[in-house]
Ligand binder design. Structure first.
Ligand code: GDP
Ligand code: IMO
Ligand code: MG
Length: 424
């Protein structure tokens, strides 16, 4: 059985926790898009892991971990991730495979990301400054890109880096009056990346297809969320990859029809980091309550997350474009204690009601939410194990979301720990 886990909102839905739980029954976990902009939290007993590039299955000692072709690999973050796990006696030797076709994020990408954001001032996108946009731009542009396979021939790479650095320095000087980057510094780092990472680097597409033929069970781990998808999200306030379920086949070379189940992950409310329209945002005491109770601060950047009500229009859209089979609804516990809860069931845009999410930031910014108000609950639900033991108002809230999204909610999160999870 192969499954794909994908975020249905603007990221941070709790994908890491779900992947970690489901990895127990999987042989292989595959990261297929994005880069170190992701921050997936996995909690195992007293240990808390923030995974940025390594798949969330990596904390389980027997799980094979694959970083597929469309991931942009920041070697520094990856090496640090491998070392952090090693300090906890979790080794990735013999069970980590990095695609030789994955593109490499280098220092000049992060510098370019930062300079561009600074230059945009109040119009900035609010990126994670992890070099994601510039690295994917170089990939699409082709002439100035570095792939993992390029680390195999350091002499050839040195010449390539020289031409890239000459080009980048012209841009840095002309557009930003910034200090030049030094090619020798980048090259020295690449030598150390080659030393530490080439032993993991291989043809992951061949590996995945062989594994499927051998009957192995694969879990595909999405990063970011569907509404941050480059082509189908709230452009330009998106990331630079196809972070919806649509990115899975292209991201790892495995067709979607080889996946038995697409599981979408959503919070019982909505959060967003970075700029862009957010119709259900509660920039008030309700948003503040959710932020503090849900610890809604970025795993990667520490930024406070913007918080708001559950948006059935956005989640239904993500579920539709991703042909999602079922939903995991996380952070139900965070809503406990509110007086009442609102669910956005439709938008009104230019006087017209719609339930289809407009993936056009200008139209979306005009959306007025049409809410349905439902009662909340006061009981502590963090130890509940069975759906029917949830307060009736919590059960009704879940059922109402199922009706609006037309998808079954099969997993419910009632706390950050592995065992704070209800299966239906
Ligand atoms: P991801 O990027 O989708 O993996 O999500 P993040 O790890 O960035 O953010 C989710 C946060 O919520 C993490 O701190 C998790 O430990 C936490 N979390 C996950 N599920 C639940 C839940 O059901 N309830 C609570 N209270 N916290 C949760
Ligand atoms: P996970 O996998 C939440 C957001 C950034 C910014 C936009 C573009 O943990 O859910 P980028 O650095 O990608 O160019 O930034 O995308 N963003 C995320 N928001 N969770 C993430 O990942 C994100 N990855 C990128 O905040 O708004
Ligand atoms: Mg995250």
């Amino acid at each position: 059985m192969n499954s794909c886990i994908v975020g249905l909102q603007w990221g941070d839905e709790g994908k890491g926790k779900i992947v970690d739980i489901l990895a127990e029954h999987s042989d292989i976990v595959v990261r297929y898009s994005g880069g170190a902009n992701a921050g997936h939290t996995v909690i195992v007993g007293d240990s808390r892991f923030a995974l940025h590039i390594l798949p969330s299955g990596s904390v389980r000692p027997d799980t094979i971990c694959v970083i597929a072709s469309a991931v942009v690999v920041d070697p520094e973050v990856l090496i640090k991730g491998i070392e952090t796990l090693a300090q906890k006696n979790i080794t990735l030797n013999g069970r980590l495979l990095i695609s030789e076709n994955a593109h490499v994020v280098l220092d000049y990408h992060k510098k370019e990301d930062q300079l561009r954001e600074e230059a945009l001032g109040k119009n900035k996108l609010g990126t994670t400054i992890r070099g994601i946009g510039p690295c994917y731009a170089d990939k699409v542009g082709r002439s100035y890109s570095v792939r993992m396979a390029d680390l195999r021939d350091l002499e050839k790479l040195k010449a390539k880096l020289q031409s890239i650095v000459d080009y980048k320095n012209k841009i840095f000087a002309a557009l930003y009056s910034a200090e030049p980057i030094i090619v020798e510094d980048i090259f020295e780092k690449c030598k150390s990346y080659a030393d530490k990472l080439l032993r993991f680097t291989t043809d992951t597409t061949e590996f995945l297809h062989k594994s499927i033929s051998d009957g192995k069970s694969i879990l595909f781990e999405g990063a970011q969320g569907s509404l941050l998808d480059l082509d189908h999200g709230t452009f330009p306030f998106v990331t630079s990859s196809n972070s919806s379920a649509l990115g899975m086949p292209a991201g790892c070379g495995v067709p979607a029809k080889m996946v038995d189940k697409f599981l979408g992950v959503s919070k019982a409310y909505t959060t967003r980091v970075g700029a862009g329209p957010f119709p259900t945002e509660q920039d008030n005491e309700i948003g503040q309550y959710i932020r503090e109770k849900g610890c809604e601060y970025g795993t990667t950047t520490g930024r406070p997350r913007r918080c708001g009500w559950f948006d059935a229009v956005g989640v239904s859209y993500s579920a539709t474009i991703g042909a999602i089979d079922c939903i995991a609804l996380m952070h139900l516990d965070t809503l406990t204690g509110l007086k009442e809860i609102q669910i956005c069931r439709a938008y009104k845009i230019n006087g017209k009601e719609t339930t289809f999410f407009p993936a056009n930031a200008t139209r979306l910014s005009k959306a007025e939410c049409i809410y349905e108000t439902v009662p909340c609950w006061e009981e502590d639900i963090t130890k509940v194990k069975d759906f029917h033991d949830l307060p009736l108002n919590a059960q009704n809230y879940i059922c109402r979301i199922e009706e609006m999204t037309k998808k079954p909610i099969t997993i419910i999160g009632v706390g950050p720990e592995r065992n704070q999870t209800i299966f239906r």
